[in-house]
Design a protein around this ligand. Structure first.
Ligand SMILES: Nc1ncnc2c1ncn2[C@@H]1O[C@H](COP(=O)(O)OP(=O)(O)O)[C@@H](O)[C@H]1O
Ligand SMILES: [Mg+2]
Length: 229
């Protein structure tokens, strides 16, 4: 379903991602692990179309989307929950959700809003509140909601648990589980690599932009369950 091959991305002279390839079926989850600066965000942003890779390709449901801009990728079903959430603090919860899905037809907007409110009743309660007044956990839920407004086929979630309380982190993973049940593919970065690896099916371990290891998440050398941990 999602097929990423030989992705190489650079920022000027810095090659941040040397050669990453993977495939992901509907409902499968991939964890990207590795220390700061490993290239996780670069890979996420290259798939979302915010970083233009030097080479490689991204194919979603047999369509080559490598060359198409990020907002069209969003329309094709690439949902992004960026690091730091990036909600609009001066817009209401509802306005944030609507802007999240603005690339899709207005005719389906109310239905998509209802879908988000079903998953996050708290966002419904706070629909008219400014996003800047929400807690960190609620802002993360809103960031999820903005991506879900796109009816995504793939969800990219960067640094899911950054700055959140353990209880809220558990809630985030419960939402991921729901998305997985809806056959949405998930690409996940979590500074707590154990949490990401125990959720995911597959894993890629990046170091300095190189794929150091990839395979089934439960076999990842960084996993506590692994024999080489
Ligand atoms: N906008 C940018 N301009 C220049 N270098 C960048 C930029 N973003 C990231 N980098 C560099 O690319 C490398 C990978 O960074 P990143 O993908 O953010 O890693 P991670 O998300 O794993 O921490 C690092 O060396 C980082 O300094
Ligand atoms: Mg990062």
């Amino acid at each position: 379903m999602l097929d990423v091959q030989h992705m190489i991305s650079r920022y000027g002279p810095v090659t941040a991602l040397h050669d990453a390839s993977f495939t992901l079926e509907g409902g499968e989850a991939l964890a990207l692990v590795g220390t700061n600066g490993a290239g996780k965000t670069t890979l996420v942003m290259s798939i979302a179309g915010h970083v233009i890779p030097e080479s490689g390709h991204v194919i979603l449901d047999n369509e080559n989307i490598t060359e198409i801009p990020s907002h069209i990728r969003a329309r094709r079903g690439i949902g992004l929950v960026p690091e730091g959430r990036r909600v609009f603090p001066d817009l209401t919860v509802k306005e944030n959700l609507i802007t999240g899905g603005y690339v899709l037809p207005r005719s389906s907007e109310q239905q998509r809003l209802n879908d988000v409110y079903d998953i996050f009743p708290r966002l419904h309660e706070r629909a008219n509140q400014l996003a800047g007044s929400l807690s960190g956990g609620e802002q993360q839920m809103l960031a999820f909601g903005r991506a879900i407004m796109l009816n995504p086929k793939v969800m990219l979630i960067d640094e899911i648990s950054l700055g959140l309380m353990p209880k809220v982190i558990n809630e985030c993973y419960a939402v991921l589980e729901k998305l997985r049940e809806k056959n949405i593919s998930i690409i996940l970065v979590d500074q707590n690599s154990d949490a990401a690896l125990s959720f995911a099916d597959k894993a890629i371990w990046l170091e300095s932009g190189h794929v150091k290891w990839q395979g089934l998440a439960r076999d990842c050398p960084l996993s506590k369950g692994s024999a080489v941990y």
